[in-house]
Structures are given as structure tokens and as C-alpha cells.
Write a protein that binds this ligand. Structure first.
Ligand code: HEM
Length: 436
């Protein structure tokens, strides 16, 4: 799905790539000890991968079992074929290491939860219904940012506070007090579900304990709500939608599955949505985007958000595991390989963009045909596209519109990236003051 909510997977047939005849394996640098990526990868993965792309072409191996594809059509195929030719999730842990079974480890349950929560429609309805609340909370956040510079944790908190009611409409301070200590770990549910050996550090155990307390509190809230709900009550949030889902055997999801689904989304809202908000502030401080005369406010806010997500995508690198051998061009990539796709690489490759992609220029979004249709994937695409597209856009577009009447100032120079599963703005420190 693209950022407008259309499913790119159906709009353009993926370039299917089952090889008829085996081709050569992907080229790449000589393997390093333990199959690690090149030395320069840890410092700046994008620079390292771009260097390899120039040397080896648009499909290459950069570490043992890891291949990157750099063409939009190949990236699209890799994401669009998820749950068929490619897989997101690592196989679940053996039960003796698992404290609770995870909904995302059981793909068909997670896909059912995604369908039930009707991400597309719900996203639009909720975005409309919660827009005043989101805007009000973001306004308070930006007003406070004149007295004390904003840092990344402030953005994470602000993103969560702005939109957590989309998921649990009666979210209160008691439940939030459980959520905040767990929020970072919620992204890493795999770790949160593992049984740790007794020698593991106290700190790690405490973090896992925080996650247990949060999931237990949320599960209790789900159970309470379910007990209170009467047939025909309107669904006010994602919790209701999941709780109301029924098939011939009764409720589709149990309380823990609902709590896990909500928790995954709240974790993403906090960590990924928070980084998105941080990038928006960093971009405003660094580039000071000025609305061209005659451009509608909302159109401009949307262009600023699109451009921020292009040059500073919070997910810079993602991957899928190949179920069967796949051919990209004349190269055959064997089953079991992790195929990597880099939104940031596609977003900054001048072959796929009409105007210089190195420049931060929201005005590029005011014209037509700015890019190859598969070269812009800040939210991913295919069956596992981001579930938070509409909510993230509602938060970011409101923030961009509020920032249009304010001045953001930060550290000199271009924004710095901190590379991990999420690409965060590093050393973010931005003050925001109202324009005269
Ligand atoms: C700037 C904001 C955001 C960006 C750039 C972003 C980006 C992405 C991307 C690229 C993926 C797909 C990763 C892949 O295919 O491997 C993803 C997945 C996901 N996102 Fe977001 N996201 C953002 C905000 C949010 C928000 C606010 C939420 C929740 C409200 C959210 C919930 C999720 C979930 C649950 C998934 C996993 C979907 C699945 O595995 O089926 N994201 N996001």
C-alpha cells in the first residue's frame, strides 16, 4: 500500500521471479569471518550498501545469507509476495523458551487481527474522529518546546499521547504508567516472550518484567471491556473491533491476543511514530521549509511529511526470508536467504526520481510523476504494510501544519542518523517558538 492507502500490490503486478534455469549466485565482497557485513556497514549501512551497489550491481550479497535488491520492481516483488514466496517472521521459539505464544509468531492469527481491525477504513475514520484530540495534544507538546528543547524521548511520548486512544479509547494514567516502561521493549516482542536463564542480568529481567506487567494490565482491561459490552454497542477503538469479532465458534480472538495486537501497535506508535515526529522536527530545523505562495496549507503539510518520510524514513532497511529460490535479473538467490530492501536507498537513488533526490524539497510533491511508483515505500508495501499509515500521517500532518506557524531551531548541520531496527534522529535537540 502506498501512503494514500492504495494497495500497490494489486495496482501493479509484481515482477515475478521464479527462475526457470538456475543462474549464478549473487555477487558480493569476499566473505568476512562469521559471515559479517563489511567493516564500514556498522558506521553507516546506507553508505556501505551504496558502495557495494556501485561495485556489484542491483542485487548483491553483503553478508552470509543476506542479499540486497536495489531495483524498485524487485523490492516491490519481495514485499508484495510476503506470506507466499517470502516470509517476515523467524520461526517461533520452542515452547519451553516461550513464556506466552505470540500472535505475530502465528502468521494466520496476526493476519486475521490485521483484517479484523480493518486498518484502511478504521484508519480513515479514526483519523477523522481523533483529529481534534491529536492536534490538541501536539499543540501542547510544541508549545512546551519553546521553554525546553525537544529530544527524541519527548517525541516518542508525544506521539503516544497524541494517538493512544485510537487503540484504547479509555486509556488512563494508570494504564499509561504500565505502558511507558514497557514501550521500548514492545517492539521487540520476541525478546519480551523469551524465558531468560537465571544468570541473565537484573536489568534485562526488570525490563521483561515491565512488559509482563503491561500485557497483564492490558489483558485485564480487555477482559473488563468485554464483560461490559452489549450487542450493538458501537466500536469506539481498535480494542472493541477485535473484541467484537465473531465466527461460528464464538469470539475470534482471546483476551491475550487482543492485548498483544494492541501492544504491538502502541509500541510502534511510540517508537516509530515518535521517531517520525523527531525527524519532522529535525527536518524543520535543518531545512526551514517555506510554503510557496498560493499553496493550500493542508496540501503543503502533506508535502512536507512526504518529503520528510522520503529523506528520513524511520525504517531504512527491512528484509524478508525467501521461501524458494528466486531470480532477480540473471542472478539466482537461494531459498532461505534474507532479501533486504532499503526504503532509504530507493528514496535517494537518482535513477528513480525526476528531481535531485539528495535535496530536501517538499515542492517536488506538488507536481505529478515525481518518482518510479515503487521507489517510495516509507511505510513498506504488500500484505505486511505498516498498519499505522493513517494514524502516523494524521500525527505528522497535524504536526507539520502546526509547525508552519512556528520556527524550529536545532544543532547546526544536516540531521544525524542513529542506525538500528528503527532509524532515529541522533542527538535531536530542537526548540520551537511561535512566529511573530
Ligand atoms: C513515521 C511513522 C512510521 C513509519 C515510517 C512506519 C514504517 C513502517 C514500515 C516500513 C513497516 C513495514 C516493515 C516491513 O515491511 O518489514 C511498518 C510496519 C508496521 N508498522 Fe509502521 N511506521 C510508522 C508508524 C507506525 C505507527 C504510528 C503504527 C501504529 C499505530 C505502526 C504500526 C506498524 C505495525 C504493527 C507494523 C507491522 C505490520 C506487520 O508486520 O504486519 N507504524 N511500519
Amino acid at each position: 500500500m502506498d501512503t494514500d492507502g492504495r494497495d500497490a500490490g494489486t495496482a501493479h503486478a509484481p515482477t515475478a521471479i521464479t527462475p526457470r534455469r538456475p543462474g549464478p549466485p549473487p555477487p558480493g565482497p569476499a566473505p568476512r569471518p562469521f559471515g559479517l557485513p563489511p567493516d564500514d556497514f556498522d558506521r553507516d549501512p546506507l553508505a556501505s550498501l551504496n558502495r557495494l551497489r556501485r561495485e556489484y550491481g542491483d542485487v548483491f550479497a553483503f553478508a552470509a545469507g543476506k542479499v540486497l535488491v536495489a531495483r524498485p520492481a524487485w523490492a516491490h516483488w519481495t514485499l508484495a509476495r510476503t506470506n507466499r514466496d517470502t516470509r517476515v517472521d523467524a520461526p517461533p521459539l520452542p515452547p519451553r523458551f516461550q513464556r506466552r505464544p505470540l500472535i505475530r509468531g502465528r502468521v494466520e492469527r496476526w493476519m486475521a487481527a490485521r483484517r479484523t481491525a480493518q486498518w484502511h477504513r478504521l484508519g480513515r475514520d479514526i483519523a477523522e474522529r481523533t483529529a481534534p484530540l491529536i492536534r490538541g495534544r501536539l499543540g501542547d507538546f510544541l508549545d512546551a518546546a519553546g521553554d525546553r528543547p525537544v529530544r527524541l524521548p519527548d517525541c516518542e511520548r508525544a506521539a503516544l499521547l497524541a494517538a493512544d486512544r485510537v487503540f484504547v479509547h479509555d486509556m488512563d494514567d494508570g494504564l499509561r504508567a504500565r505502558l511507558f516502561p514497557a514501550a521500548r521493549l514492545m517492539l521487540d516482542e520476541g525478546a519480551a516472550a523469551v524465558t531468560l536463564p537465571p544468570w541473565m542480568s537484573l536489568r534485562t529481567r526488570r525490563r521483561l518484567r515491565a512488559n509482563d506487567l503491561w500485557i497483564d494490565a492490558l489483558t485485564a482491561r480487555v477482559a473488563g471491556r468485554r464483560a461490559e459490552r452489549r450487542e450493538g454497542d458501537p466500536a469506539l477503538d481498535m480494542l472493541d473491533l477485535l473484541a467484537d469479532a465473531r465466527d461460528d465458534d464464538g469470539p475470534v480472538f482471546d483476551d491475550v491476543e487482543i492485548a498483544q495486537t494492541l501492544s504491538i501497535n502502541l509500541g510502534n506508535l511510540y517508537a516509530v511514530g515518535g521517531s517520525g515526529l523527531g525527524w519532522l522536527l529535525a527536518a524543520h530545523a535543518a531545512h526551514d521549509p517555506a510554503r510557496p505562495a498560493g499553496t493550500d496549507r493542508a496540501v503543503w503539510a502533506s508535502a512536507v511529511v512526504k518529503e520528510t518520510l522520503r529523506l528520513y524514513p524511520a525504517v531504512s532497511l527491512t528484509s524478508r526470508n525467501l521461501v524458494e529460490d528466486a531470480g532477480f535479473g540473471d542472478v539466482t538467490v537461494p531459498a532461505g536467504t534474507s532479501v533486504f530492501v532499503s526504503p532509504l536507498m530507493l528514496h535517494t537513488d537518482s535513477r528513480w526520481w525526476r528531481d535531485d533526490p539528495a535535496r530536501f524539497d517538499p515542492a517536488r510533491w506538488l507536481g505529478d510523476d515525481v518518482h518510479d511508483p515503487h521507489a517510495y515505500i516509507p511505510y513498506g508495501s504488500g500484505p505486511r504494510v505498516c498498519t499505522g499509515v493513517h494514524i502516523a500521517n494524521a500525527v505528522l500532518e497535524n504536526a507539520a501544519d502546526l509547525l508552519a506557524d512556528r520556527t524550529a531551531a536545532g544543532r547546526p548541520g544536516p540531521p544525524l542518523r542513529e542506525w538500528s531496527a528503527i532509524t532515529r534522529p541522533r542527538r535531536l535537540r530542537v526548540t520551537v517558538t511561535p512566529n511573530a
